[in-house]
Design a protein around this ligand. Structure first.
Ligand code: G3H
Ligand code: ZN
Length: 278
């Protein structure tokens, strides 16, 4: 069932748990994530990134409609989110496509410009009923390079939230995007300091590279929304490789997409169970 992002995040925060936000690229991603969430009996956020929209020829509507239809049929709460938006024109399509929330990503800009761009986007998004996340202290890896040394300063984070009016804040605490091994180490003291400094829920990006014990500790320290993408693609692509290995006669994509979707669902189930438990 469709449930707004703000509601899922508020419920997780009140319960001392976290809600996972998984990246959707194809309809199989949406199906796998919902299947995994249903198996875990826990809500999830389905997020479509600007990069994924670009993959679909710059059109948000088709993948958003498919994702929304899969979410509507779910037996658990599912929110719809637009992730890492740098193109502000795309923000205006989010509400029209039935999404609940957006992440305004102006983190590449210097601080003052990030504040101005984010504050303007927040006004525009709130007018359309969208919940808004943004990022301070760029989490590395979006261009393939890790930046594990980057950290968000708690005092600056407090000023940023007050100046922009965002509903949630993504922070840099040691994770990095697109890691295919789970070796990231987080600064849990900093997570606690950030949680105490800002009034809004904290978001962890690049969570695929974070091992289970670190994820548990991050949630205990105050992370509420946990973004995961690469781990799903690792499971999916591994299953495709296994299905095609030694099977040169296979031509029907369902022969390798079905096991890949199952493998992705199982990854979603285990991560969702981990994050939803106290
Ligand atoms: O916004 C999306 C996430 O931060 C996913 O990062 O692919 O490294 O798990 P990841
Ligand atoms: Zn991210």
């Amino acid at each position: 069932m469709l449930t707004p992002t703000g509601e899922l995040v508020a419920a997780a925060r009140a319960a001392g748990t976290a809600v996972p936000a998984f990246n959707v690229i194809t309809i199989e991603h949406a199906e796998a994530i919902v299947a995994g969430a249903e198996a875990a009996h826990s809500p999830v956020i389905l997020q479509i990134s600007e990069n994924a929209v670009r993959f679909h020829g710059g059109r948000l509507a088709p993948i958003a409609a498919a994702t929304r239809a899969v979410a509507e049929a779910a037996s658990v709460g599912v929110a719809l989110h637009l992730d890492h938006v740098e193109d502000t024109e795309l923000l205006d399509q989010a509400a029209a496509c039935g999404l609940h929330s957006v992440m305004v990503d102006a983190s590449r800009l210097p601080y003052a410009e990030n504040v101005a761009a984010t504050a303007a986007a927040v006004v525009r998004c709130h007018e359309q009923g969208l919940w808004v996340e943004s990022e301070l202290g760029e989490v590395g890896g979006k261009d393939g390079a890790h930046a594990p040394g980057v950290r968000t300063d708690p005092a600056e984070a407090a000023r940023f939230v007050a100046a922009t009016g965002v509903d949630a804040l993504a922070v840099a605490v040691g994770s990095s995007h697109a890691m295919t091994d789970r070796t990231a180490r987080l600064d849990h003291t900093l997570i606690t300091a950030l949680r105490d400094a800002v009034p809004v829920p904290l978001v962890l990006h690049g969570s695929s590279g974070v091992p289970d014990d670190e994820l548990r500790a991050a949630v205990a320290a105050g992370m509420v929304k946990i973004n995961i993408g690469t781990a799903l693609n690792t499971a999916f692509t591994g299953a495709v490789r296994a299905a095609l290995a030694g099977a040169p006669d296979v031509v029907d994509p369902r022969k390798y997409l079905a096991p890949a979707r199952d493998a992705m669902a199982e990854t979603v189930r285990t991560l969702t169970t981990l994050l939803a438990s106290h």
